[in-house]
Design a protein around this ligand. Structure first.
Ligand code: TTP
Ligand code: MG
Length: 490
């Protein structure tokens, strides 16, 4: 069976979720100029006959109190990423086809998650719990019918077309609903009295091909319930990266190096987990004015040790002339191959070979400890230059106030996680904030005495009931004197 998942009024729903005062109101996402068209309309606006691609001035005429929002592609892309990640928890065969829709081949997943309708229900719940957004799902034995089905009961509906209902659906399906049948083809369809997909079967294939070209032959197949288009997954990852938006903008190169090291460790760990080696390292820096640069280089040999990634990243960073403060730092690797694949050996002896071997041993030890106890347990000494500041403070006095900046990765970007974190923080009585970062992780700042902070970190590691925490990295930061209570920031 194939599932087609399509988000409901995607851009508009994201806006309504992030600003509850927009809930239940007619809104559109679009530009404000005379020439702008609606990219999407909330279901409340659709009641006025407003739809995608309609000029905004016309939409305004239909609904004078229409709220027009500029939207943020970046924000929608982040939600889209999270949606696709949720879908991949249900099947390895996921094919995203646009920012808000994807096909899933659920063959073989039924033992794990139940029959198709149950899987669809679980997907809807997972997306809603994590992102507070609704979707509609179509289920059918072939791809094109799954897509058609997802549109049959919008919003928030699940439509199942079982095998024995396929013929009935085809016989009654208006031909214009078939993907690919545009306005031009429709005129010809009318002249041939083709009103439903089933009507196609009245004609032979060669006539359909003559009249409609390639599409004619495809329609002939579809009318017979045949659609060989498989769900294509592009499971090969092209890059691995790790980045953080900093709690405060920084300009101290030593601090930047510490952060580069943390990212190199994370990226290196991912590489080794997959048993890959890489040939390209890059860094990304976003400045306080939101301008961004990336710098990359091919490495002299295939690498997988965190230290080698770090060295390349630092070499790239050292060439950057810093004129502005930095708000985001990231490290990425790409150009992979499996570590067992033969590599072109250098003709000259590699002076770094022994060095790389030593680091492999260190990485191995760090990876196995991280796997057992979580990624924040072991860090290279240079990450904690003064031995953990948190530990020092604890040695001094457990009741001393301190603050830590925390990055939590995994399936954590959801309203629930933020709300649960706030609740936990309030009950443990730490001050601070929690917010989602654009890369899908969560950033928090906890401020309180050391045992309160430890409790809070332990809570994060265990995670909220509906989340899946993968890593909790904490770094001591300066105490924020103005902080009062614990807030959710957006
Ligand atoms: P759609 O899935 O076509 O529409 P939708 O999700 O807004 O509404 P529905 O409930 O009917 O599925 O498109 C997904 C997003 O793509 C949509 O929210 C905005 C964007 N989009 C455009 O930018 N321009 C367009 O012309 C269309 C159709 C969509
Ligand atoms: Mg949609």
């Amino acid at each position: 069976m194939i599932l087609h998942v399509d988000m409901d009024a995607f851009f508009a729903s994201v806006e309504q979720r992030d600003n509850p005062t927009l809930k239940g109101k007619p809104i559109v996402v679009s530009g404000h100029s005379k020439r702008s068209v609606v990219s999407t309309a909330s279901y409340e606006a659709r009641k006025f006959g407003i739809h995608s691609a309609m000029p905004v001035f016309q939409a305004k005429q239909r609904c004078p109190h229409l709220i027009i929002l500029p939207g943020s592609r970046h924000k929608y892309a982040m939600d889209s990423k999270r949606i696709m990640a949720i879908l991949r928890e249900f099947s390895p065969m996921v094919e995203p086809v646009s920012i808000d829709e994807a096909y899933l081949d659920i063959r073989g997943c039924e033992k794990l998650f139940g029959p198709p309708r149950t899987i669809a229900g679980k997907i809807k719940t997972a997306i809603f719990n994590e992102l507070a957004l609704t979707c509609s799902i179509g289920i059918a034995p072939v791809r094109f019918l799954a897509k058609i089905a997802s549109d049959m009961d919008k919003p928030a509906g699940v439509t199942f077309i079982p095998r024995d209902k396929v013929e009935e659906v085809i016989n009654t399906l208006p031909i214009q609903k078939v993907p690919g049948v545009g306005r031009k083809a429709m005129a010809l369809m009318a002249s041939l009295q083709i009103n439903t997909l089933g009507d196609i079967r009245k004609f032979d294939r060669s006539l359909l091909t003559r009249k409609f070209g390639k599409m004619g032959s495809r329609l002939y197949q579809l009318a017979l319930g045949i659609d060989d288009t498989a769900v294509e997954t592009t499971s090969v990852r092209k890059s691995i990266s790790s980045e953080t938006t900093l709690a405060e903008d920084i300009s101290d190169p030593a601090q930047v190096r510490t952060i580069l090291l943390a990212h190199a460790q994370r990226v290196g760990r991912d590489l080794r987990k997959k048993e890959w080696v890489c040939r390209h390292v890059s860094i990304k820096i976003k400045f306080s004015d939101f301008t961004q640069i990336t710098r990359g280089k091919k490495t002299p040999s295939w690498i997988s040790s965190s230290n080698a990634v770090f060295d390349e990243a630092v070499a790239l960073f050292d060439k950057v002339i810093l004129k502005k403060k930095i708000r985001l730092i990231g490290v990425g690797v790409s150009d992979f191959q499996h570590k067992s694949e033969p590599v072109q050996m250098s003709l000259l002896p590699d002076p770094d070979e022994n060095f790389e071997k030593q680091w492999k041993n260190v990485d191995h030890a760090v990876d196995s400890i991280s796997q057992k106890f979580g990624s924040d347990v072991v860090k290279k000494a240079s990450l904690n230059p003064s031995g953990s500041k948190l530990n020092q403070t604890r040695r001094k006095k457990m009741t001393d106030k301190s603050a830590v900046s925390v990055r939590i990765t995994g399936r954590v970007q959801g309203v629930f996680f933020r709300a649960e974190t706030q609740k936990a923080a309030q009950s443990i009585q730490v001050e601070g904030y929690v917010k989602n970062l654009a890369d899908g992780s969560v950033q928090a700042l906890f401020q309180g005495n050391c045992d309160q902070i430890e409790k809070m970190l332990a809570w994060c590691r265990d995670g909220a009931p509906l989340s899946k925490v993968q890593g909790v990295d904490s770094q001591p930061v300066a105490i924020q004197p103005e902080m009062k209570g614990f807030q959710i920031r957006y």
